[in-house]
Design a protein around this ligand. Structure first.
Ligand SMILES: C[S@@+](CC[C@H](N)C(=O)[O-])C[C@H]1O[C@@H](n2cnc3c(N)ncnc32)[C@H](O)[C@@H]1O
Length: 507
């Protein structure tokens, strides 16, 4: 029987609840083989052992053994280097059986292997440490369980591990990052850590310090997939630390790989992980932009869950003739300089409305202050869309609900003009790549908006402001909007290709 089949079968028979608890979504073998080739681009295998801390059916260990043999290592020697841990006894048995079959297939099965398998493929919680008898010179590989601690699949050991490392992990740090850090902590100078993780690792703020930690070690290569490659419907990446450096010394360089085939892409020196992921997937680069941003020119705020639920409680169908209510704007209503309130049915907090409104005065002090803050001229920007879709509300006619960003302050029209620039859209897309639910949308926070650069060409920016002022008086059509984007593209010295990129995404 095919050794990989053992793990695949084990996965199939596992009960769904238990499987979710363990995060047991095994890596497809074709992908493991390609990832192993990627690893081999960056390591010099000497005496190191291979350790998969969450080995499941042993897919990574099998691929490591194949790769060792392909590189001239004797099969018995290759087998001796494989070590795995899993919290589940069934997975441990499956992994041992897979390696037994591999040994038979590679003509190195002997009775003495059984005792070795018992010492090297063991049941245990990796976050509690590794057997002391294993050599410290290790190449860690694998696909640890994913999941936020908010989900029920967090364990006490994981919670404790996270709590004891507050300097590295935010409260919602994904489980896989704990395993990665655990391997780094159990490494020596000769070690390499190479693991599959959720793509959100490149962007989430809860892992900002974790990314900093990885940078301190030798962050060497990144693989990014823009499609779902696992049953678990989650986009993934793989991070490689250690091994031979990817650049020529000097500036830190990261070797990039993409897609199901783990294709090699040009090395990148982009500083943020989101940008590295964007580079891996061929998202165009942004030419240099000015250093002035929008901090101090406008203010941006965002409501959270409380504001959403607070507004949901008081939202009603519009019947008032006294001006005691204000229109409620939801993400679904917002388009480019447009809000479809009252034109089509709206959904908010699982209810349908023709014209949703909220009272200007409510009992809850927090919601009252959120409403009052918005009874002012402002710009509403959805947090997640393919291009920025600002809506200008100079008449203070709307109150926005989460997750819309509310921008107030001095130069609102100048800010809106800037949001139409393809350069600014691309920059925001690259800076926040991997943060959204969808990898095609720009996802951003209030502070990200303020960090966007101002235009370089002041005169063109002035024209942009005037154009926005004119367009918001009427109902702009597609050609008006493209003209504005084109003007603002020039204000940032963007090229035609970039304008096409924006148009493609906007309509
Ligand atoms: C996503 S699967 C990956 C298995 C294998 N590495 C692969 O790629 O096919 C994760 C595995 O981690 C195991 N696991 C979960 N938490 C663990 C822990 N704290 N220590 C060791 N194994 C764990 C699960 O039982 C499951 O088999």
């Amino acid at each position: 029987m095919d050794p990989y089949k053992v793990g695949e079968n084990h996965e199939l028979i596992e009960d769904k609840v238990k499987r979710t608890e363990r995060g047991a979504w095994y890596t497809p073998r074709q992908l493991v083989k390609q990832l192993m080739r990627m690893l081999w681009d960056h390591i010099d295998v000497n005496e190191q052992i291979f350790v998969d801390p969450t080995c499941g059916g042993g897919a990574f260990l099998l691929a490591a053994a194949d790769q060792l043999v392909a590189n001239g290592v004797d099969s018995a020697d290759a087998l001796n280097r494989l070590h795995g841990l899993d919290i589940d006894q069934g997975a441990v048995e499956a992994c041992r059986e897979a390696l037994r079959l591999w040994a038979k297939e590679n003509d190195c099965y002997k009775g003495s292997i059984e005792a070795k398998l018992e010492q090297r493929i063991v049941k245990g919680d990796a976050l509690k440490g590794f057997p002391k008898t294993w050599s410290p010179s290790r190449i860690y590989v694998g696909n640890p369980p994913f999941g936020s601690p908010l989900k029920s699949n967090s364990s006490e050991v994981a919670d404790e591990f996270r709590k004891n490392r507050k300097e590295v992990f935010g409260p919602y740090a994904d489980r896989s990052s704990l395993h990665f850090a655990n391997c780094l902590e159990n490494s020596d100078d000769t070690s390499t850590v190479f693991m599959v993780m959720p793509l959100s690792v490149v962007a989430t703020k809860h892992l900002e310090r974790f990314r900093g930690l990885v940078e301190i070690y030798n962050f060497n290569a990144l693989w990014v997939a823009d499609t779902f490659l696992f049953d678990a419907s989650i986009k993934t990446c793989a991070v490689l630390v250690g091994g031979s450096a990817s650049g020529d010394g000097g500036v830190r360089s990261v070797a990039l790989y993409s897609g199901a085939e783990v294709r090699s892409e040009p090395v990148s020196q982009s500083s943020s992980w989101s940008e590295l992921a964007a580079d891996a997937l061929g998202v165009p680069k942004v030419n240099s932009v000015g250093t002035s941003n929008f901090e101090g020119l406008v203010e941006a705020t965002a409501g959270f869950r409380d504001e959403y639920y607070g507004l949901a409680e008081v939202c009603v169908e519009n019947r008032s003739t006294t001006g005691s209510t204000v229109r409620l704007a939801t993400t679904g209503m917002l388009g480019l300089l447009d809000c479809s309130w009252g034109e089509k049915e709206a959904r908010f907090a699982k209810k349908r409305f023709s014209q949703p409104v909220v009272p200007k005065n409510v009992d809850d002090a927090k919601i009252q202050s959120w409403i009052e803050r918005q009874l002012a001229p402002k710009v509403l920007v959805p947090t997640q869309a393919k291009v920025f879709k600002p809506f200008v509300d100079l008449d203070s006619a709307y109150v926005a609900t989460t997750p819309i960003l509310v921008v107030t302050g001095g130069d609102l029209l100048g800010f809106v003009a800037a949001l139409f620039s393809p350069v600014v859209n691309l920059l925001a897309f690259r800076r926040n790549y991997g943060a959204g639910l969808s990898s095609t949308a720009i996802k951003l926070r209030a502070t990200d908006l303020l960090k966007l650069p101002q235009p370089i060409e002041q005169q063109l920016w002035n024209q942009g402001r005037e154009m926005v002022a004119e367009l918001v008086q009427g109902t702009p059509n597609q050609s008006d909007l493209v003209d504005l984007a084109s003007l603002m593209n020039r204000a940032y010295r963007g090229d035609k290709e970039l304008l096409d990129w924006w148009v493609d995404r906007a309509f």
